[in-house]
Ligand binder design. Sequence first.
Ligand code: HEM
Ligand SMILES: *[C@@H]1O[C@H](CO)[C@@H](O)[C@H](O)[C@H]1NC(C)=O
Length: 493
Amino acid sequence: MEPLGMTTIFLMTCFSCLLFSAWRSKSRTGKQPPGPIALPFIGSMFHLNPRNVPESLEKLSKKYGPVFTVRLGPKEVVVLYGYDVVKEALIDQADEFSGRGTLPLFDKFFQGTGIVNSNGETWKQLRRFALTTLRDFGMGKKSIEDRIQEEAHFLVERIKNTRERPFRPDSFLVHAVSNIICSIVFGDRFDYEDKKFLTLIELLDENNRIQNAIQTLLYNFMPRILDHVPGPHHKMAQNIDAVYKFISEIVTAHQKSLDPTCPRDFTDAFLIKMEQEKGNARSEFTPETLTRTTLDLFLAGTGTTSVTLRYGLLILLKYPEIEEKVHKEIDHVIGRDRSPCMADRSQMPYTDAVIHEIQRFMDFLPLNVPHAVTKDTKFRDYLIPKGTMIFPMLRSVLHDNKEFPNPEQFDPGHFLNANGTFRKSNYFMPFSAGKRICAGEGLARMELFIFLTAILQNFTLKPVIDRKDIDISPIISSFANMPKPYEISFLPR
Ligand code: HEM
Ligand SMILES: *[C@@H]1O[C@H](CO)[C@@H](O)[C@H](O)[C@H]1NC(C)=O
């Protein structure tokens, strides 16, 4: 066997052992949530399957209840399973549960700054700034809606040029969605053939792939050892450096042409804020936090939205009768002659329900992004020590079988009243809830609506295989649910 193969197997074994060493809590000052007993290595192998952690946790919740503890390597994690506990934690005890549980890998590259992986004052200030600036009228003459419509137009033209030839839609969607972030952050979109743009996307994409490598996962459990083990995780640092360089060049150009009275984009708004806080030695607004915040927007905003679109198109390929109803609604409300806009959505309950159902069904981040408690926290009858990692599981809410009968079935009826109006549900939490709720929720929902309606306004979807053979279950994974690869062709309407 190849030496590389041996390393991988060795690492996988270690990883499994670490992951499997679920453990029983030692009582400290208060009662800790229960959990499975740790038998050395093999004894606990039955508890957590590293290939499908969400399913294993669901099984444990049946045994230990909605609040329980497992041990992931050196870290204790409290799992919250079910709407009631997720809501009580993220909404009713929002402050205590607003911490981010960071992993060594993220610490290495983000060092606690930016939005996604920061805590405390840094997080508060950078998040508040991003939310204000991402609001539709946050900056410049062009609204965010304009930017998405513009991009949807380019995407539709590009699809037209495929002339009904089947292809994998992955990169078209990634390019369109990344361009929205480019437009917001840097002021303009890039041509789909632009070399710099393609390099940027390739770097981000490669890091996504590296993130799923076993060495990278392991890095989170034994960073000091992995620093000395060869593997793709070392490439990640180089890639991030290259992305930083790309961003810094654009920032420098912005600095030269900045007009403080008229910010053109997110970068300008940030530079103005930096200038205003110049006298404050502890300001959170520095060239460094600018690059990291920008990178966060790319990382958090691109994969999520483009995969959701890709999953949605696959589901519609499988169910042409659902696609047909969306076509009818588009023809009725928007027609063929103008671009879809957000004001149309309230008159399109069926399309709105389909988009909600896509997000509910796919359950993109089943474990959520790890949280942490910011102080010693009393929760129900338990005491959770400060800093403990928390998984407020989104799967347990999105696939609740009382709120959504037959949760494993794709059914837009989950979001429709009997009279055909849109049915709102508090269980719709693909963006999480509370103080850490996705900072790009508004943006993402605009993108999903405008891109999907623009595509369906112009095309009928055609599969390359028999519809009954289309498999809409996700690739089995632990952290993000992805659709299986597929080809599609688009027939102009
Ligand atoms: C369909 C698309 C998306 C989904 C399903 C999604 C989902 C999520 C989830 C579940 C979280 C973790 C929330 C928590 O910790 O409780 C999150 C965080 C975040 N998302 Fe999104 N997201 C999407 C699109 C976007 C977009 C387009 C942006 C870009 C602006 C974005 C920016 C962020 C940021 C900055 C955070 C970190 C928030 C914080 O830690 O305070 N997301 N997202
Ligand atoms: C449709 O049904 C919902 C809930 O059953 C109700 O709240 C709503 O008022 C109804 N709307 C119309 C137009 O009948």
